[in-house]
Design a protein around this ligand. Structure first.
Ligand code: G6P
Ligand code: ZN
Length: 543
């Protein structure tokens, strides 16, 4: 009998990875050979996986186990020498990045659709990370897509692996080593943060609420916050990962993390609240009756990172995605370090980190991280906040308000129109695109447009040029309006509108956020007639 089978197949036309891997409905992934085609395209493109060592695991969502067994059989048939597998086939995205780096692997596959809902009718995804631990760049994902369009066969072996058994097993000639990623990750966090100071803070009565949203961070949170930092287990919510995330949408934002928001904005809130997403790379932070926007999180963390032992020598530079609020820019100017503006997607930060140009980066989509790995890291963000609070002895709100008094406040909000008609969403972008050159000097809602453009990124390390990464309208007041289409949705299109208004250190930092940005929302509508075009009265989500 052959060690493996060669199965004939035909291409699927829609296997082009988006902002973060190939993300589709479970029903798409379950089409005959769909997953196999994409995985074979990866093996055919990333040649050093053959004979190499790779990491495998996912966020535990529906179809995770089945997909892991298929990928293991294909890895064996494609000549991978060893797979490091998360116990029970579960790995958070940050832990995956850490393990790739720690064990010097050739890369890995992380099975997740991040914060998208799961279950039979939910979403699934395959993300590829390379040997740096970071997401594969577009040049690689484009090559994988090109390969998927000509694929005629894939290779698969027989066999099965017991993913619950720590230690080494064989599948054909390939070794499979099952590891418990939680311990490793917790130890790594102890190297970066002052656990004894945080523990003392908790012992002093500082209360928290952490919501793992029935997703991957539960076991990590239980070990780190519960066992190592002494947080009482009843302050840790939804820590058991469920294949359908309890039927919820594991996206930490005011809409989907409403239980946490109710707790933090209700009577007797805890001192600190946080939640993370499906695969553990996003987080949000709150104080009692106080939500910190992710763009402010990036700025506050950049300004205070030196308070954590892993960053005591200061930070080299900061990067943020273009639509992310510009609060961190003021911090970079103050610290006299560079700030980089990249397209949306974590993959653009990798080169800057590998080249030693930045230490901290973040995005408006609920993430901050550092060069400790090459992914965003939700629990890292939460620990950084706890470390800063412990070091300063101040509340979340006091820390953020002091930050605004020093740097000014960037009122920031994002309006999402989800699952809208794709052609209509594209026509809105086209409408604004068509006006870009004529907008300078136009006044609307008391704001005058300074300049407008379509964002192009030139990677300062390798010179790669990435075009059409969102439309920007800058106002003379310092306000900004950005529009782009999401690259992570799986149904129709999602139009994102990012609104930002700056008020200096001496200005009013207590304006209601919706009120502060209402004029910019109206400008977006006036310029593109978006509500009429989309036939929607209001955004689906405001975060
Ligand atoms: C994923 C990526 C992020 C990105 C986010 C939103 O989580 O890892 O880097 O910011 O999606 O992307 P989108 O294209 O939907 O705005
Ligand atoms: Zn995620």
């Amino acid at each position: 009998m052959d060690a493996f089978h060669t199965i004939p197949t035909t291409p699927y036309e829609d296997q082009k990875p988006g902002t973060s891997g190939l993300r589709k409905r479970v029903t798409d992934f379950k089409q005959p050979h769909y997953l196999e085609n994409f995985v074979q395209s990866i093996f055919d493109t990333v040649r050093d996986f053959r004979g190499g060592k790779i990491l495998l695991g996912g966020d535990g969502r529906y179809f995770n186990d089945e997909a892991v067994q298929i990928i293991l059989r294909m890895s064996s048939a494609n000549g991978v020498s060893e797979v490091i597998l998360g116990k029970n086939a579960i790995l958070s995205t940050p832990a995956a990045s850490h393990l790739i780096r720690k064990y010097h692997l050739n890369g890995g596959l992380v099975l997740s659709a991040s914060h998208n809902p799961a279950g039979q009718n939910g979403d699934f995804g395959v993300k590829l990370n390379l040997e740096t631990g970071g997401p594969a760049p577009t040049s690689v994902t484009d090559a994988i897509f090109a390969r998927s369009q000509t694929l005629s066969h894939y290779r698969i072996a027989d066999g099965n692996i017991d993913t619950s058994r720590i230690g080494t097993q064989n599948l054909g000639d390939m070794r499979v080593t099952v590891v418990d990623p939680v311990e490793d990750f917790a130890e790594f966090m102890e190297e970066l943060f002052d656990f004894s100071a945080i523990k003392a803070l908790i012992e002093s009565g500082f209360s928290i609420a952490f919501d793992a949203m029935s997703a991957v961070t539960g076991p990590y949170a239980t070990e780190i916050f519960g066992n190592r930092l002494g947080v009482s287990h009843d302050q840790l919510y939804n820590t058991r990962p469920l294949p359908d995330f309890g039927g919820a949408h594991p996206d930490p934002n005011p809409v989907h993390a409403n239980a946490l928001f109710d707790r933090m904005f209700g009577p007797n809130p805890p001192d600190f609240g946080a939640a993370s997403d499906g695969d553990g790379d996003r987080y949000i932070a709150l104080g009692p009756h106080f939500y910190v926007s992710p763009s402010d999180c990036l700025a506050v963390i950049a300004a205070n990172a030196h308070l954590a032992p892993g960053y005591k020598d200061g930070i080299k530079g900061i990067a943020r995605s273009m639509p992310t609020g510009r609060a961190a820019d003021n911090v970079a100017a103050h610290l006299n370090i560079p700030i980089y503006e990249t397209p949306t997607g974590w993959k653009y930060f990798g080169n800057l980190m590998d080249a030693g140009r930045i230490t901290i980066c973040g995005e408006e989509s609920a993430s901050t991280s550092s060069d400790h790995i090459r992914e965003k890291d939700g629990l890292w963000g939460v620990l950084m906040w706890l470390n800063i609070i412990a070091a300063k002895g101040e509340s979340v709100e006091a820390i953020v308000r002091a930050h605004w008094r020093q740097f000014g406040r960037h009122y920031y909000t994002r309006h999402d129109y989800e699952e809208v008609d794709k052609a209509s969403a594209e026509s809105i972008i086209a409408t604004l695109h068509g006006q870009l050159e004529t907008l300078t000097g136009r006044s609307l809602q008391g704001e005058t447009i300074e300049v407008a453009d379509s964002f192009t990124y030139t990677d300062p390390v390798d010179g790669t040029v990435t075009k059409n990464q969102g439309l920007r309208v800058f106002f003379e007041s310092g306000s900004r309006l950005v529009m782009r289409l999401s690259g992570t949705g799986t149904k129709g299109a999602t139009l994102r509108i990012y609104l930002e208004r700056y008020v200096g250190p001496e200005g009013d930092h207590d304006i209601d956020l919706a009120e502060a940005t209402a004029g910019l929302a109206m400008i977006a509508d006036t310029l593109t007639d978006l509500k009429q075009t989309l036939n929607r009265d209001a955004p689906s989500v405001i975060s």
